[in-house]
Ligand binder design. Structure first.
Ligand SMILES: *Cc1c(COP(=O)(O)O)cnc(C)c1O
Length: 491
């Protein structure tokens, strides 16, 4: 198995095939594209049958070994076993290796129409990002130890990604995390989650400014290539291939849990921002998993819904980006979308290069096939199972109330967007699985608004705001930032 860039020329990818371990620690391909397998590995009916009874960790091993062919099987098995355990996922009972760490729960059933939710948010930071990030932490530690290397992860966060990265990397040998967040702009809960970590390899930096100031600092430091190389700076953002592939596993798990034989199909609805989560669903479908539809659910920031309705991809300016009550989906462009576009245009990297050049120069492209458009591939979107919908603050509140009244379950705001959109797409005889992307406790303000009561917090999180916090406050000053990093990497 080797990997190619979505923007590669045939010559460059033939000359320079990349193995899984080569792209593990990196981000973008050198040509500015994203890595994908040269061919999607296929699953057989016999494999699906055999996988039905596997615990999550073993299923993860079986799927990952198709992609990470340069990691010895025994090592990969140990890594997945260490990652997907009851110690990490609080809904699995300790000592029960068969416990399902991503259980399904039926939300609605009406004749042969069925809406179920797959729980993905029982990891340490109460959001689905733990599912992939926890594996990444163990993979990074393994790869770095092998070559006696170190890595300094440098990123900016407004919430979920930064905390998932810190909880995955805490205490890992060879790894430090420098995470910027806008000072006093995150919720008390999110701040406490990150800043209460006392591990010596975690550095929380509260920047006097807004999230964009943090991101500008990350860009400025990353653009200084010699600084970046000397201090072994890396990232863990959502384009990281290992994160995407780790997410493929729970689509298989969800399918196997919702069906009894391989003639049955299911659909998934995915609350989406950067298209990382649903991209994993696309890959699972390309591998042969019997998925009927993949529904992209967006909030008011509907750049993806617009594309899947019209074929026009039009990135938003920051002034056009709304701050919503499902903030982890507040995006202006979707960083993993290029992976799907590559498949949609028949893996023609020349086309991909031209389309994304147009995103840079003109802010988007048009595949609707209409007059003056850049192509007519939008007509093929449905063949890939894709459709979409959007949700607003009012929809979110109504959905949270309605599901609470009918089932007693409190949805988080992002998952509520998913349920709202899923209801518009359920087909008879095909279970619709909504992916739960976070627990309600993380976004309590909106729960209070919807239900007039607080979201329940899982055990261990009751008094998190009262824990001692470790962080430094800094101006948005690139030189100051660089000397801070230099002082703490000792490189
Ligand atoms: C990151 C995140 C999303 C969006 O996922 P993408 O992979 O960026 O599409 C949705 N909901 C929550 C709670 C998240 O943290």
């Amino acid at each position: 198995m080797h990997y190619v860039s979505t923007r590669a020329t045939p010559e460059s990818s033939a000359r320079n095939p990349q193995a899984f371990s080569d792209i593990l620690l990196g981000g973008l391909a050198p040509d500015g594209g994203l890595f994908l397998p040269a061919e999607y590995p296929q699953v057989t009916g016999a494999e699906l049958d055999a996988w039905r009874k596997l615990p999550y960790a073993e299923l993860a091993y079986e799927i990952l070994r198709k992609f990470a062919t340069d990691i010895p099987d025994a090592d990969l098995k140990a890594l997945t076993a260490k990652t997907y355990t009851a110690d990490v996922y609080r809904n699995a009972r300790a000592g029960d290796s068969a416990a399902d760490i991503t259980p399904l729960r039926t939300l609605e059933s009406d004749g042969d129409k069925k809406l179920v939710m797959q729980a993905l948010s029982n990891g340490p930071t109460l959001a689905f990002k733990d599912m992939a990030m926890q594996l990444l932490g163990n993979l990074f530690e393994y790869a770095l130890a092998k070559n006696d290397e170190q890595l300094n992860i440098f990123g900016a966060t407004s919430g979920d990604t930064g905390s998932a990265a810190e909880y995955a990397m805490r205490g890992k040998r060879g790894i430090r995390v420098f995470m910027l967040s806008p000072h006093k702009k995150m919720s008390a809960f999110q701040t406490a989650q990150m800043f209460s970590l006392q591990d010596p390899n975690i550095f929380n930096i509260a920047v006097e400014g807004v999230f964009d100031d943090c991101q500008d600092m990350v860009k400025a430091v990353s653009n200084d290539l010699s600084f970046k190389a000397r201090h072994k700076i890396g990232t863990v953002n959502s384009i990281n291939w290992a994160r995407v592939v780790a997410q493929v596993v729970y689509y298989f798990r969800g399918y196997l849990a919702a069906t009894t034989n391989n003639a049955q199909k299911v659909s998934f609805t995915v609350p989406s921002g950067n298209f990382g989560n649903i991209c994993a669903g696309h890959i699972a479908r390309m591998m042969g998993l019997p998925i009927d539809q993949l529904i992209v659910a967006t909030n008011e920031n509907d750049v993806l819904d617009e594309f899947f309705r019209t074929g026009v991809y039009r990135v938003r300016k920051s002034a056009e980006t709304f701050h919503t009550s499902s903030p982890s989906m507040d995006i202006s462009k979707a960083s993993n979308f290029e992976r799907f576009v590559y498949d949609l245009v028949g893996r023609d990297s020349e086309r991909v290069r031209a389309l994304f050049r147009k995103v840079d120069t003109e802010g988007g492209f048009d595949l609707s096939g209409g007059p003056g458009s850049d192509g007519d591939e939008f007509a093929k979107v449905a063949q890939y199972g894709f459709a979409s919908g959007k949700s607003t603050h009012a929809d979110r509140l109504a959905t949270i109330r309605d599901v609470f009244t009918k089932t007693g379950l409190t949805l988080d705001t992002h998952t509520a967007d998913g349920v709202k959109v899923a209801r518009e797409h359920v087909r008879p005889g095909v279970p619709m699985i909504v992916l739960e992307t976070a627990l309600a406790a993380k976004f309590n303000e909106t729960i209070l608004e919807a239900l007039g009561r607080n979201a329940q917090r899982p055990a261990g999180f009751e008094n998190i705001e009262a824990l001692p916090q470790k962080f430094v406050v800094m101006q948005a000053n690139v030189d100051e930032m660089k000397s801070y990093i230099a002082a703490h990497t000792g490189l």
